[in-house]
Design a protein around this ligand. Structure first.
Ligand code: SF4
Length: 311
């Protein structure tokens, strides 16, 4: 069986105490049955609750995992070893997809250390897939590589004609701001990621410097998402196109995040924006399809909406 994974995959390592997020905070941590039984045996109790039919770790009032120590390390590991951590913690940020002819591995952009690796580029050695959907993904990745900026890439991916009427800058800014507000609303209301909401500037004083200066790494992140998110085993072409829409929404939201940050933030701010929007938009595929269906009346995008966001 062939194994496909990005060139940087094997170089991943957790930066632990220097991480701006940690995967142990403001995050749904699933506790599988096997690990839950081990916790009970070891007297680790009352640290989970049920959410949407799944057992998750009950966070503290500060939205931390109760096992997170002050030095940023996991007490379960330091006190009991690797055997007592949930499978999702052990795997994160790695993902795996099994196809009839190959296994694909990837790293999620919900981890800042992954974005550091993407600063050096994105490539998947031997990336060839025999099925039509796999070839469509390769075609999309070629378009992104040939584009000079994310806006150009998305306009071409959604086949917006070159002579499509230009959208006024204010209309684009307004749509982007509304999208960002819709996507972040629940997290603000529940007190998650407060530090990021507190540093937001008035959109009218915002600027595009961070987005433009770091466009190469943003393009590598888009390549990563198209490769790892837009094709899953059994996906139809329609499902791929829906995931491409979701990817486009994510980067419009990242652009807004950067537009309303202080300019001095640099690469770290860009990295935080991508991690934050990846975490907020990490829903399961069925939820994403329902969201898009309701938002766009059940139809795939024509040229209007991508032109409004990126034209
Ligand atoms: S988010 Fe990534 S770098 Fe941060 S603690 Fe988790 S695995 Fe480590």
């Amino acid at each position: 069986m062939r194994e496909l994974y990005p060139a940087h995959y094997t170089r991943f390592h957790c930066i632990a105490s220097s991480c701006d997020f940690t995967c142990c905070r403001e995050w749904k941590i699933y506790a599988d049955d096997a690990v839950f039984r081990k916790w009970q045996k070891n007297g680790i109790r009352k640290v989970t609750r049920w959410v949407d039919g799944q057992r998750v770790v009950r966070l503290t009032e500060d939205l931390d995992c109760p096992h997170l120590a002050e030095d940023g390390l996991c007490r379960l590991i330091t006190e009991y070893g690797e055997g007592l951590i949930p499978g999702s913690c052990r795997a994160f940020p790695r993902e795996i997809r099994e196809y009839p002819d190959r296994t694909e591995r990837s790293l999620m952009l919900a981890c800042p250390a992954v974005i550091d690796l993407l600063a050096e580029g994105f490539s998947v050695p031997g990336n060839e897939s025999p099925e039509a959907t796999g070839r469509l993904r390769e075609h999309w990745m070629r378009i992104i590589r040939e584009s000079a900026a994310p806006e150009e890439a998305f306009l071409r991916l959604f086949r917006v004609p070159e002579d499509y009427p230009a959208v006024p800058a204010d209309a684009q800014k307004e749509e982007e701001a509304q999208l960002y507000a819709d996507l972040t609303e629940n997290y603000r209301a529940e007190g998650y990621y407060r530090r990021f909401w507190e540093e937001e500037a008035d959109v009218n004083r915002g600027n595009m410097t961070l987005w433009r200066t770091h466009k190469d790494i943003i393009m590598n992140c888009i390549l990563n998402d198209v490769w790892s998110e837009c094709l899953k085993p059994g996906f139809t072409e329609q499902e791929m196109r829906l995931k491409l829409e979701w990817t486009a929404l994510k980067y419009a939201a990242v652009r807004h995040f950067l537009r309303i940050r202080p300019r001095k933030g640099g690469f770290r701010t860009v990295r935080n924006g991508i991690v934050l929007m990846t975490r907020i938009m990490s829903m399961d595929d069925e939820e994403i399809f329902t969201w898009l269906h309701e938002m766009f009346d059940g139809t795939l995008w024509g040229p209007e909406y991508p032109a409004l966001l990126f034209g």
